[in-house]
Each structure stands twice: as C-alpha cells, then as structure tokens.
Design a binder for this molecule. Structure first.
Ligand code: ZN
Length: 169
C-alpha cells in the first residue's frame, strides 16, 4: 500500500507528463495494481498517481462492490463533454474530510491507454463521469478546490470542522 500525499504538497500542482509505454521506468501493470490496492485501502473510488507521489500520467477508478472492474487510465484524453452539468458532491483523498458540490459536465467521451498500452474509448456519466474528471484534473495539477468559489470552499471547511467536533464530543 502506498502513502497518500496531502494538499498542499507541490506534486499535486504539477502537470504530469505523458506515460511512455515504449520506455517506461515503472511497470504499468504493477503500478495499476498498487494504485488500485491503495485506493481501496483508503476507501476511495478514484486515485491519481501524483496523489501517491508517483510522477506518471495515470489514475485508477473502481468501487468496492465490484473490485474486479477497477482499472487504470493511462494518458487519458477527454474527447467530448456535454454543456449540461451535474452538481454532485465530491471528496478527495488528498483533502481528508472535505466534501463539496462541484459542477461538471453530465457526460463525457474519453479515451485512454490500459496497462498494456492499448487505446480504449468509452462514455461516462453520473459519478463515473465526475470521478474521471476529478482524477483527470489531478494529472493537470488542478485540485477540486480550484473548481469552487472561495465562499463555497469556506463553507465546506466549516462543515468539516463541525463534523470533527461532533465526532470527538
Ligand atoms: Zn482528488
């Protein structure tokens, strides 16, 4: 299991370079397995390599209810996105305890390489779409705090502190 890097570590602010399958220092299948293991260990549904301090353009997504379906997305590209947005709640393993609603496209079409380097293409909607875009942002050095207003973020922090207070009481 890998260690999660918390904000504001500067690796979370870097744009991560494309993963080179022809010339890779890291074994992509091993990397996929480690990221998935870590994501599940922390109860996440998505995890990007820079969040564990690894400079590789890849993230994983998956759900406890169907662990076999968890997979890695190397060199992801968003090809199309709807103008329609969903405003659903998001959390991030690099910001423990903070949850905030973020507007993102309802549906996207994306392509990526699997751990064998083969290109795949699919559409995503609902939480999968949201998760894909959240993790994609990590590879661009963008965090979810950047996607909301200062006021909205402050309210989310306040709610977090309140929750902590209630829990420790
Ligand atoms: Zn995140």
């Amino acid at each position: 299991m890998l260690q999660i890097i918390k904000f504001p570590n500067e690796i979370l602010r870097q744009r991560i370079e494309e993963f080179d399958f022809e010339n890779c220092l890291l074994d992509p299948e091993k990397l996929e397995a480690e990221l998935i293991e870590t994501m599940f260990a922390y109860d996440g549904i998505g995890l990007a390599a820079p969040q564990v301090g690894i400079n590789a353009r890849v993230f994983v997504m998956g759900h406890h209810s169907n662990p076999e379906a968890a997979q890695a997305f190397f060199n992801p590209v968003v090809i199309a996105a709807t103008d329609d947005v969903d405003d659903l709640e998001e959390g991030c393993l690099s910001f423990p305890g903070i949850f905030v609603n973020i507007k993102r496209p309802k549906k996207i079409k994306a392509r990526w390489q699997n751990s064998q380097g083969e290109w795949q293409e699919s559409e995503f909607d609902g939480y999968n779409c949201k998760c894909f875009l959240h993790e994609f942002d990590h590879l661009e050095g963008i965090v979810f705090q950047d996607r909301v207003s200062f006021l909205k973020w402050s309210m989310a922090i306040k709610k977090t502190n309140k929750t902590k207070y209630v829990r420790t009481k």
